[in-house]
Design a protein around this ligand. Structure first.
Ligand SMILES: *Cc1c(COP(=O)(O)O)cnc(C)c1O
Length: 370
């Protein structure tokens, strides 16, 4: 019998007819889908994830993540050829040591010790805010990562400074068991690789993928451990199935973190943001990053002010433990950049610092001389 996760993948909801089995499609959505078809953009999601959509509310946070929409307001902030620029495949005038330095297209580099290794462009949900949309949804010819995987391994083997390999895509956990096992085995055979990370939305959009046989491949005690960062953006995405997938990963020794993207109308209000982060802890997921939405084609309509993320992360403090606090960053071509919240030091003189808490109350501590 075919495994449930394969049925989910093969039954991807990706046409307007299929979509109508889940929601009452609006006129506006129908027009946007027609434009997407003209532009030959891939969109869609697993039946499991599609079933989380609200059938009657076009502002539903799941609906907005799946269904294409083209707005002029959004487009003005977007950057063409975003991925080439972001992942340093083009020259930048010489200021960046990692720009166009002869890496294969599967290797994105911004740091001395670690890289993003993109192994495919397939996904269980084609997120409308994706910063890799030119590869995943536009299927740009020169960003066919899957054909550069072999060259990627060879490049890593020749670079002893790389300790940390972040396997990404597309979604690498949509690959078959054998392929995932091969990737892990090959990376573990490289003496300088100390740990492996996977970026995957599988726990959110295809939790059925975490099968006993995949657990055997990913799990177990090993000196080169595996970390997974998944991607919950809204409390509605946290279900019994996703909680079970996370538990199964943890129970076989795989650490699970979350990387959320701050998005207008989806999670940029205090109530939703706090609920998301509280709920992540109840399913054992440790929030890692909150990303400011990147200016990739199609993502502009989700962008907020930069300050908004810092305000929200600051607001969390009064409602839940520090375990729920993500780092708020912007991912750029020169690395991740910390966007706050700003330091809580509001004044300093010769003798003392004045610190402020989340309620605006202050406390002083002495200045220790250098
Ligand atoms: C995000 C990213 C990493 C990993 O960054 P961490 O801050 O270590 O999680 C590494 N390489 C590239 C190219 C990245 O975009």
């Amino acid at each position: 019998m075919k495994e449930e996760w394969k049925k989910q993948q093969q039954g991807l909801v990706k046409t307007i007819e299929q979509l109508r089995e889940y929601i009452n499609v609006t006129q506006e959505e129908e027009e946007a889908i027609a434009i997407a078809k003209e532009k030959r953009l891939t969109w869609g999601a697993t039946p499991y994830y599609s079933a989380l959509m609200d059938p009657d509310n076009p502002d539903c946070p799941i609906r907005q993540q799946i269904i294409p929409k083209f707005t002029e307001e959004g487009a003005q902030f977007e950057r063409e050829n975003y991925l080439y620029w972001k992942e340093n495949r083009v020259e930048d005038g010489g200021s960046n040591p990692f720009s166009n330095d002869g890496r294969p297209v599967s290797i994105g580099r911004q740091y001395e010790d670690r890289i993003a290794f993109t192994v495919l462009d397939n996904c269980p949900v084609f997120c409308q805010f994706c910063f890799r949309t030119e590869a995943t949804q536009h299927k740009q010819e020169d960003l066919r990562f899957a054909s550069h995987v072999k060259a990627g391994f060879e490049w890593i083997e020749k670079h002893p400074e790389i300790r940390d390999v972040l396997v990404t895509g597309g979604d690498p956990l949509t690959l078959g068991d054998r392929r995932i096992e091969e990737i892990i085995r090959r990376l573990r055979a490289i003496p300088h690789v100390e740990f492996i990370r996977f970026g995957s939305r599988v726990p959110v959009a295809l939790p059925q993928r975490i099968t006993p046989s995949l657990m055997k491949i990913l799990g177990g005690f090993h000196k080169v451990p595996i970390w997974i960062n998944t991607h919950f953006n809204h409390p509605k995405e946290i279900t019994e199935e996703s909680a079970r997938a996370v538990y199964d990963l943890l129970s076989c020794g795989v650490q699970v973190g979350n990387q959320a993207v701050l998005m207008k109308g989806i999670n940029d209000d205090e109530e939703t943001f706090i609920k998301l982060h509280k709920k992540l802890l109840t399913i054992r997921v440790r929030p890692y990053y909150l990303f400011y939405c990147e200016a990739a084609p199609g993502a502009g309509r989700f962008m907020t002010t930069v300050e908004r993320g810092a305000e929200l992360v600051n607001a969390l403090r009064g409602h839940t433990t520090g375990l729920a606090q993500p780092m708020y960053v912007l991912a750029t071509r020169i690395g991740k950049i910390n966007l706050g919240p700003d330091s809580s030091i509001i004044a300093k003189d010769d003798k003392q610092y004045t610190l402020q808490n989340h309620r605006g109350e202050t406390i002083t501590i002495p200045v220790v001389p250098i």
